[in-house]
Design a binder for this molecule. Structure first.
Ligand code: ZN
Length: 253
């Protein structure tokens, strides 16, 4: 399976090594954004993104450390996406929560759920991340997650235009079928898809108590936002393949 050497789903050192190998190749620039719990947090840019060109893609994984398929799928995507990386501005956050990945926990090293505090600039990683993104605009932001309660794939889509979510799920459902539940975490889903265009701040305030990465990006930096989820109890190889299929479909638009 591309992306995952056997037995290293939570091996952050291996993840760092593989990303750093990409520095300078495929037009990618791999930098240390900051440290978290003594571990480097990487930020990766294509040359067009580094030169300040607006638009393009924002891709992120590893915000919740017990959801390890996305970090390896994102790496595998970058290792094979040389044309997109040459031709478009692309910003990649390979793993914003390295301690969580190493410990196989949702929370970061201080017990904080990063995905409920992306508005909080006083958090050291979030504050640095906000500064890194200052002034940047993306066509599409993609956040990759997993869900241990789910039995199928599902997608939160935040958009100001036409929904593409159903077609994106269709590109992945041959690997893992769609979640059939009509409600996930208190939100109504239809055939694995929830589309929202408005009232993002209201939903965050009433249901979440803090900003997920996707909501913050949609309000400040991105035209469209996708949060793609796989069931984390399923076979890891299939989960990685589903995330890779999602990335390939969503970045081909
Ligand atoms: Zn998650």
């Amino acid at each position: 399976m591309p992306g995952l050497p056997p037995g290293v789903g939570h091996d952050y050192g291996e993840l760092l090594r593989r990303w750093r190998e990409l520095d300078g190749s495929s037009g990618l620039i791999v930098r240390t954004l900051c440290e978290a719990g003594g571990h480097p947090v990487l930020a990766v840019e294509s040359e067009r993104a580094a030169s300040g060109e607006p638009g393009g893609l924002y891709l992120s994984a590893g915000v919740h450390g017990d959801e390890c398929a996305p970090v390896w799928a994102l790496l595998a995507w970058a290792e094979g996406a040389s044309a997109i990386l040459r031709e478009r501005p692309v910003v990649i956050l390979p793993c914003l929560n390295p301690v969580g990945l190493l410990w196989n926990t949702r929370l970061d090293g201080d017990g904080i759920d990063l995905n409920r505090c992306f508005e909080n600039g006083s958090h050291p990683v979030v504050g640095t991340w906000q500064g890194f993104l200052q002034g940047r605009r993306f066509e599409t932001a993609i956040n990759l997650h997993e869900d241990y309660d789910a039995s199928g794939i599902y997608l939160y889509e935040l958009t100001r235009g036409e929904s593409a979510g159903d077609a994106l799920l269709a590109a992945c459902e041959g690997i893992i079928p769609r979640e059939r539940a009509g409600e996930i975490d208190g939100s109504p889903f239809a055939n694995g898809l929830l589309v929202r265009s408005t009232e993002i701040e209201q939903v965050v305030a009433e249901r979440l108590g803090g900003f997920p990465e996707a909501a913050y990006l949609f309000l400040k930096h991105a035209g469209t936002g996708y949060t793609f989820e796989t069931p984390s109890e399923l076979d890891l190889t299939r989960r990685i393949a589903a995330h890779l299929a999602f990335l390939e479909a969503a970045t081909a638009c």
